[in-house]
Design a protein around this ligand. Structure first.
Ligand SMILES: Cc1ncc(COP(=O)(O)O)c(C=O)c1O
Length: 390
């Protein structure tokens, strides 16, 4: 069992930060790597042409290991999840009358590109909703997704867990169904990869896109995207010179070429080498590999197990364990207790979570300890005890 890793971070004492779904704190090592990266540009001779490629390639290699992808060249460097999704949307072949399957209240980075594609090509945007007014709904929601995928589905564009309440989606089963129907599976892994195991060989996504500033512990403005064979001959969003074959030879750049570098590097954002941010991402990914993603998920499960049971005994609602993330889950406020009031009590105790609709979104990670969870529970108990008519 992994030990608490709080010492590697600079969170102030007394702050109970249970909101990695918003943004992870930066580790001290990643911070130092970023500062060293900035300083490299003090003297430009410190940056050789090969440095433009080595940084991105190292990130590809680390990310490929994290998601169990045998071929690192299938990983592209993106500046945001929306960018990776836009690459997939641009390169997904569609016919008028087909549909795109997405989820109710999905994060917008995985919605707008599909809305545009649907508008431009006469597709139906099929939004799969969960059963209403039920806390335990993950299993039924998953069943509805499988039902929504049919022979007219061009693409299923979904996350691994829902960003508002951590509902878990069975990507292996959904991917199978998508493949049976010839549909692409495009996954936004921003709220899961790094904390919830993802295996490319089992899930077989056509694309997996992740911003790095949450569960990957990376910097803001740098993310990663895996692209499967479906997108092998795809067109990038921009035409970075670094994505062209032979671009390693800086003397011959004006011998313009039509061919791209092999693999997903063609989809890289321009200036993907980002000398300040890239070393931070390397350190963050190395650290994740050292901890182990399954161990992180297990740490979050153990850390919150008793607190969740107690919250349920207090009247809070939670999804079945089989259908929620241990790193990201919602607690629905008991009837008659205003979630805003609970939020105020949490703030008073320096407990940081998000409020989403009538629920609290709790998203712990390895820097959290029993004190953080105890502070959360104290505020929940107090809110219930103070509620009128109960
Ligand atoms: C599911 C999900 N995807 C993506 C993002 C970030 O998107 P982007 O990198 O496009 O800003 C978030 C941020 O909250 C998110 O929750």
């Amino acid at each position: 069992m992994l030990a608490c890793q709080k010492d590697l971070f600079s969170l102030p004492p007394g702050l109970h930060y249970l909101n990695c779904a918003y943004m992870s704190p930066l580790s001290r090592r990643a911070e130092e790597a970023g500062i060293a990266g900035i300083r490299r540009k003090r003297v430009p001779t410190a940056l050789a042409p090969k440095d433009f490629f080595d940084g991105p390639d190292r990130a590809r290699e680390l990310f490929a290991r994290l998601i169990g992808a045998p071929d690192p060249s299938r990983v592209a460097i993106v500046p945001a999840a929306s960018y990776g999704i836009a690459v997939a949307a641009r390169n997904t072949a569609v016919r008028r009358g087909q549909n795109v399957v997405i989820l109710h209240e999905q994060f917008p980075s995985n919605v707008y590109a599909w809305r545009n594609l649907a508008r431009e090509h006469g597709l139906e945007l099929r939004t799969v909703a969960p059963p209403e007014d039920r806390v335990v709904r993950g299993e039924e929601w998953n069943a509805r997704i499988l039902e929504a995928i049919d022979e007219d589905t061009a693409v299923v564009a979904i996350p691994h867990v829902h960003w508002t309440d951590g509902t878990l989606f069975d990507l292996e089963r959904i991917g199978e169904r998508a493949r049976e129907m010839g549909a692409a599976l495009v996954v936004d892994g921003t709220q899961s990869v790094g904390a919830l195991p993802f295996d490319v060989e089992r899930i077989r996504p056509d694309a997996l896109v992740c911003a790095s500033y949450k569960w990957l512990f990376g910097p803001y403005s740098l993310g990663l995207a895996y692209f499967g064979p479906r997108y092998d001959e795809g067109r990038p969003l921009e035409e970075s010179w670094l994505g062209r074959a032979g671009s390693e030879d800086f003397r011959n750049l004006v011998h313009y070429r039509d061919d791209y570098r092999p693999g997903a590097a063609r989809f890289d954002v321009g200036e993907a080498g980002n000398f300040a941010l890239m070393p931070m991402l390397h350190v963050a990914l190395e650290q994740l590999l050292e901890w182990g993603v399954a161990e992180i998920q297990a740490y979050c499960r153990e850390l919150t197990r008793e607190a969740i049971a107690e919250a349920v005994a207090l009247g809070f609602g939670v999804e079945d364990e089989a259908w929620r993330g241990a790193h990201l889950f919602g607690l629905r406020a008991p009837e008659g207790i205003d979630v805003g009031t609970i939020a105020e009590r949490l703030r008073a105790r320096d407990v940081v979570v998000s409020v989403r609709g009538g629920s609290l979104r709790i998203s712990p990670n390895v820097y959290n300890d029993a004190d953080d969870v105890a502070a959360l529970l104290d505020a929940l108990r107090e809110s219930v005890a103070a509620a009128p008519h109960r």
